[in-house]
Design a protein around this ligand. Sequence first.
Ligand code: NYM
Length: 212
Amino acid sequence: MACKRGALIVLEGVDRAGKTTQCKKLFEALQRSGKPAEMMRFPDRTTTIGKLISAYLENKSDLEDHTVHLLFSANRWEMVPLMKKKLEQGTTLVVDRYAFSGVAFTSAKPGFCLDWCKSPDVGLPQPDLVMFLQLSPSEAALRGQFGEERYEKSDFQRAVQNKFQQLMKDRSVHWQVIDASQSVEDVHKDIMTHSLNAINCAQNQALAELWK
Ligand code: NYM
């Protein structure tokens, strides 16, 4: 009998594109439509590794750049057994950031290439759909100031956006660009349509491995 697994759905995008709002809306809409779903986010700041990352992001500690990259990756790997279990049980996972943020943010730093940045995440569960919430820097600026955390600077965010564009050329990943300049409800409608398709397709497909 075909296994009816849940789908792994990831939202990515530059800061202030509305990822967190949209993850929540998607999760709630799936629940209302009777589809088992759960929300996850990376970094998951609740674990021991996540607390190290959180202190780094809040500028309360300094970590060497390679080291923090590997911690971000480890923070995903430590969730893999739970993710696989949920997916196998038929629960769809709506994930706020994943390995793509990991690669885009570190490779935007000097001296890092895309391939090195990807390597620790090779073999993670492959998302069935990665939606990139696209917003121009000028549109993002209209949404207010950046916060106080590390990386929340316009120049760096532009470099991150370029790295995301490079990652989106990879056809082994099911990317879907979403126009995040639309109203919250219209963005949600787009996301819901693509997610329902992904959930249908994932049902009868084995979970693959990322970048393998
Ligand atoms: N970030 C996030 C990374 O640098 N590497 C990663 O692997 C991931 C998942 O952490 N600026 C960065 C992107 C964000 C920050 O922010 C986490 P938030 O608001 O918790 O999504």
